[in-house]
Design a protein around this ligand. Structure first.
Ligand code: AMP
Ligand code: GLY
Length: 426
């Protein structure tokens, strides 16, 4: 089987690495890929949203399966374009991807499906949004979300009404997120622990993966600004089998049914971002793709043949696959970032020590924002590397991952030092 992976981040590197282990896979390409992906497969210099060029490449190379990593091409309808010309592709159609592309759509369909999630209201007018907040009870706390895609930055979790008013004005009046923020969702703020549960869904059958916990805040102890994710580990002790069963029964099954009812059958990876509250798990958001950096940690533990699973999913035949097999050992991914991230940062700085890091046992350095310049690998994004390790215990995995992190250097490189420490709290 020949596979094309679309995207250029750590998630895509992990996908390439895992797919390559499938005995049925003869060749893998990645468009556009990055420096590390280029060491594990062949990079193709086509942007993730250049659908005509991607289709031409897939037809010419007779690719059997295309796997889409990021949300942007999905929300723009890459799956529909591929399917129009009879090409097999892993991911949801444009209508199904709206679950991530519009928070309003996601919240409304959750309400219809009776899926537990925070109460919400939708606004386009800032004065109305502000009076809604002011009329609520003193002490109520809110989360303000831009409706459309904003690269993970369109959410403000507010500690006071003043912050909420400020976020409303920034989005609706000052157009901080452009079109994406011209409509906002105001949600009640939930309290609890967060976890991510990803599932392969083929429109009917749901195959949940092992749960993971992301670390969204930039600094240790979950402080600092929100990022794309500074690290993850799997499994997480807060999500036991009973909680997974509850999430499948109360969240995933009703969502899959409701999407079918609305004529938007979901096929691909459905990612439920959860808050585990006193009243049980509630949905913070749905994503329509694998998570980054959850994928790096989760795929390191998957023993089953990923290419066969994704192929079956794209064909609507997930009911025919064997139950997933997992390495019981925990895994963990530490993200190394550029100085300044999640704000502005300098690119093009040479990265040293990757060869030494590669010698640390049971560890794999997945590349996210890297680029090759001649013989050198340089940083090319905010999140640069996802140093991922597996160990007999979570502390073993942590020790290994940070041992590899220590080998790697570039000007200003930093990471959180406490990835997975939350596991000890439960
Ligand atoms: P989202 O992109 O919708 O998942 O939001 C990003 C982050 O904001 C989440 O990972 C949570 O940390 C936080 N968040 C979102 N919605 C809520 C909510 N209703 N209550 C508390 N925190 C939230
Ligand atoms: N880890 C968060 C995300 O993939 O959206």
């Amino acid at each position: 089987m020949k596979i094309l992976v679309i995207g250029s981040g750590g998630r895509e590197h992990a996908l390439v690495w895992k797919l390559k282990q499938s005995p049925s896979v003869t060749q893998i390409y990645c468009a556009p890929g990055n420096a590390g992906i280029g060491l594990d497969c062949t990079n193709v210099d086509i942007a993730a949203t250049d659908f005509p060029k991607l289709i031409k490449f897939v037809q010419k190379e007779k690719i059997d399966l295309t796997v889409v990593g990021p949300e942007v091409p999905l929300v723009q309808g890459i799956v529909d374009e591929f399917q129009k010309v009879g090409l097999r592709i892993f991911g949801p159609t444009k209508k199904a991807a709206e679950l991530e592309g519009s928070k309003k759509f996601a919240k409304e369909i959750m309400r219809k499906a009776n899926v537990p999630t925070a109460d919400f209201r939708v606004f386009t007018n800032s004065a109305e949004a502000i009076s809604y907040i002011e009329e609520r009870e003193e002490g109520d706390r809110f989360v303000i979300k831009a409706d459309g895609l904003a690269a993970g930055k369109g959410v403000t979790v507010c500690d006071s009404n003043e912050e909420a008013r400020d976020a409303i004005r920034r989005m609706l009046l000052h157009k901080e997120f452009g079109e994406a923020g011209q409509r906002i969702v105001i949600e009640d703020r939930l309290v609890g622990e967060e976890a991510s549960l990803l599932a392969f869904v083929d429109g009917n059958t749901i195959v949940p993966l092992e749960a993971a916990q992301d670390h969204k805040a930039a600094h240790d102890g979950d402080t600092g600004p929100n990022t794309g994710g500074m690290g993850a580990y799997s499994p997480t002790p807060i999500v036991n089998d009973e909680i997974i069963d509850t999430v499948v029964e109360k969240i995933l099954v009703p969502m899959v049914h409701e999407m079918n009812k609305e004529g938007r059958p979901f096929r691909g990876c459905l990612y439920a971002g959860l808050m585990l509250t006193n009243q049980g798990p509630k949905v913070l958001e749905f994503n329509v793709r694998l998570g980054d950096p959850e994928t790096q940690a989760v795929l390191m533990r998957l023993k089953s043949d990923l290419a066969q699973i994704m192929y079956a999913c794209a064909e609507g035949k997930l009911d025919q696959i064997e139950p997933l097999e997992w390495d019981p050992r925990p895994s963990l991914c530490v993200v190394m970032a550029s100085a300044g991230y999640p704000g502005d940062y300098e690119k093009g700085l040479p990265i040293r020590g990757l060869d030494d890091a590669a010698l640390v046992p049971d560890t794999k350095v997945f590349h996210a924002g890297t680029r090759r310049v001649g013989e050198q690998i340089v940083n090319d994004g905010g999140r640069v590397l996802g140093v991922t390790a597996i160990g007999d215990t979570i502390s073993d995995a942590k020790l290994r991952a940070y041992q590899a992190v220590k080998c790697i250097r570039w000007d200003g490189a930093w990471c959180r030092k406490d990835i997975s420490d939350k596991a000890n709290r439960y």
